[in-house]
Design a binder for this molecule. Structure first.
Ligand code: SAM
Length: 302
């Protein structure tokens, strides 16, 4: 069994050879246990720091993973995160300073010691790439912004403005820090600390309109209260989307087919729409079940 896991991690590492060789890509998943034969084990690289996230694997498997990784590459630190415990270093010293990682020409702050996400969702990389190519001249609304990487990508793609909406003060501060890191001008008025639905309701009545809307609510099971989805928000989104706007939807853990998700989304918008793009997480997130996959859909509202 130990030999099997070792081999799977080694194969996963080799399958990402083009990512290791890309000097412009410093953060990606090294081993996606769900799809690569190590359930409960997720391994991410942020520069020369590796994060092992244990979501139910045996302690022995974590030790194997750490050992194989040290043989495969020269990492300065391997951090282990386990539910209910403080992150700890299996190799090197737990970083205490935030660091910067590069992706597709942009830089992002990451806190690799943080108990939760370090500041950059690696599965959203294809969305950031899409935004860099499809934001030109748009007024973008980034709902559930977290640290703002999607807005940074939009501005890099020529967006005229980006408004970030999040309930967490710290998340909005990180948006500002990430914009600054990329020499993008920011204004405190572009950061709105408010519930997304409240913001959308108010924007509808006050006549605010957007030509690009990003909808990435927390996946089911994360946080308290009712879970918003792009579909549940659709009636509000339709009110603030100007003609020609796109809506970039993040569908997390939804058993419905892609066609069905887009059709239900379109019906809930109650406006003509045209699907213009579909995306998934990158090849570093091979999934064994379609419904666990993140699915990204961009819909154009003519
Ligand atoms: C999954 S993260 C979004 C990730 C982000 N789009 C990215 O790519 O980095 C979810 C974010 O939604 C925020 N959030 C949760 N409930 C919210 C609400 N009701 N209104 C606005 N933001 C909310 C959380 O604070 C968190 O930062």
């Amino acid at each position: 069994m130990a030999a099997e896991l070792e081999e799977r991690i080694r194969l996963a590492y080799e399958a990402r050879a083009s990512m290791h060789a890309d000097p412009g890509l410093e953060a990606y998943r090294l081993f996606h246990g769900y799809g690569e034969g190590g359930p409960g084990l997720l391994i991410d690289r942020y520069g020369d720091v590796v994060l092992i996230e244990n979501r139910g694997a045996e302690a022995r498997d974590v030790a194997i993973a750490s050992r194989v990784l040290q043989r495969l590459d020269e990492f300065s630190c391997i951090v282990l995160k386990e539910r209910g415990q403080d992150p700890r270093a299996l190799l090197g010293t737990l970083p205490s300073e935030r660091t910067v990682v590069r992706e597709n020409g942009l830089s992002y702050w990451v806190e690799t010691w943080a108990p939760r996400n370090p500041g950059l969702y690696l599965d959203a990389r294809p969305a950031r790439d899409w935004l860099q190519s499809n934001s030109h001249g748009r007024r973008v609304l980034n709902l559930y912004s977290y640290a703002g990487s999607l807005g940074v990508a939009s501005i890099a793609g020529g967006a005229r403005s980006v408004i970030h909406v999040d309930t967490q003060k710290r998340a909005l501060a990180r948006c500002q820090e990430n914009h600054r890191l990329n020499d993008q001008r920011t204004d405190a008025r572009d950061l709105e600390r408010v519930d997304a639905v409240k913001m959308l309701r108010k924007a509808a009545t006050s006549g605010r309109r957007f030509s690009g809307i990003i909808v990435d609510p927390p996946p089911p099971g994360v946080g308290a209260g009712d879970v918003a989805t792009p579909i549940s928000l659709a009636p509000y989104l339709a009110n603030v989307a100007e003609p020609g706007a796109w809506i970039l939807c993040f569908f997390h853990h939804d058993p419905r087919s892609w066609d069905e998700l887009e059709a239900v989304m379109g019906n809930s918008l109650d406006r003509p729409y045209e699907p213009i793009w579909r995306g998934r997480s990158g090849p570093d997130f091979p999934e064994s079940t379609a419904e666990r996959d993140l699915r990204l859909s961009a819909l154009l509202l003519p």
